[in-house]
Design a protein around this ligand. Sequence first.
Ligand code: GLY
Length: 371
Amino acid sequence: MSTFNVGLKKTIDNSYDIEIGYKLFDKLVADLKAGLVRNIKKFAVITDSDVQNLYAVPIAERLGRAGYIVDLFAFPSGEKSKTRETKAILEDALLERDYKRDCCIIAVGGGVVTDLAGFLAGTFGRGVPFINYATTILSAADASIGGKTAVDTPLATNLIGLFNQPKKVYIDIEAWKTLPTRHVYNGMAEMIKHACLADVQLFYYLFDNLDKIYKFDREACEYVTEANCRIKYNVVMQDEKENGLREILNLGHTVGRAIETVSDYRLLHGEAVAIGLVAQAKLSRKLGYMNDDELNAVISLLYKASLPIAIPDYIDKEALVKKLYTDKKVRNGQLRFVLQSGIGSVMQFGDNVFATPISESLAREIIYQCK
Ligand code: GLY
């Protein structure tokens, strides 16, 4: 008998740029011409039915005019489309149009599109490059950056996926003007999350400037977008695969993701996260990591941002407690929460440990208080 060692040690450079601006279509084409994805000539633009005409078609047209082969693949908008089934339909459509390993995926849209298309890119032909063109506040604040790509399953959100970093992220602030109001508020939840966990100055900036942001004032939108990107990429650069620190980006998501699923997606991701932020802040207050003023400030900012701060009556709270166990932070059957420490910081519970075990009875008590 013999033993062979397959030596595969490697140094990988997954670095990429995030560009924040307005109508970045031409910049995208210029970057491709300058070699962003080397000599790839074939592009699959993946988008959803809401974004298709507004952004994906103009991008595809420009790529075509620049001499690239380009096809557009759209699926129905909404979190309910972020499934293995949609991914398979898109994959078959790409294969039918003769897409092989020599292509690049361009995801144009919000978090659902970038999560799904990034995952598809990671498995199509065993992996092709992808680019994110983020058109929503939620994707600007969170989803388009950091390389978490996934689909939802009937059990819970984001359970099947890959860490797969894009070649570049474009954040188009101009696109926010086309969002339905509810989606504007929705994205703000992830910005508030970042402020709560890492930046007290951003927290109070949001408090004082929400009106400006909601009127798409350029200076305010650029400031908060840059601040969010900085928070997110600083964490991702230290812990890309979530071995410790990256768990802090889960603030509010233990309860939030569970609410999203139990509501059967009646609540948008950010809306569910807003309630999850209230839940973790109440828990943090109970454990002595926040004071009453800090707890009230978090709730007030979410309320001011027109986000929900209570669990809707139609949600079965016992089903919600059960659903908490689908959270990826659960270890050995034990619920674990990331918790704020005052405002602009999170608790650390040990060397590289940022989530703490919470008993089911305490989690239940807090959930019943979110009314
Ligand atoms: N949205 C959480 C993360 O990217 O880690």
